[in-house]
Design a protein around this ligand. Structure first.
Ligand SMILES: [Cu+2]
Length: 123
């Protein structure tokens, strides 16, 4: 009986300690790692088509082309990337000014190329 009570106390103590560690460490670790946003380019669309970002918060854009070479261009955001055919490229971005930004494919990729765009919404 005594041993069982001891075990319960140890169990609860361990649980409380791990909760405290998780509570104090997890949020700061999350705040330090830039958020990774996966964006896929494929004739003639980006997926997802709209991404929401927070002003001042750094993100890493993981851009993947599933077929041919695409562009990823937005003058106001300072983006001018080439995503090589069937490859990926990582781009760091810290948007500063809230607003809606269009990103276009600026590398001719076929007949629907002119409509290949997506939106970043910076809040
Ligand atoms: Cu294109």
């Amino acid at each position: 009986m005594k041993t069982k009570t001891k075990r319960v106390v140890i169990f609860l103590g361990t649980f409380a300690l791990s909760s405290m560690i998780a509570g104090s460490w997890a949020p700061s670790a999350l705040a330090q790692d830039p958020q990774v946003i996966d964006i896929t380019a494929k004739r003639f669309a980006f997926s997802p088509n709209e991404v929401h970002l927070k002003a001042g918060q750094p993100v890493t854009l993981h851009l993947v082309s599933e077929d041919v070479t695409h562009g990823f261009f937005s003058r106001p955001l300072g983006l001018d990337e080439t995503i090589p055919a069937k490859q990926s490229v990582d781009v760091k971005l810290t948007p500063r000014t809230p607003g809606k930004y269009s990103i276009i494919c600026d590398n001719f990729c076929g007949s629907g190329h002119g409509n290949m765009k997506m939106t970043f919404v910076v809040e």
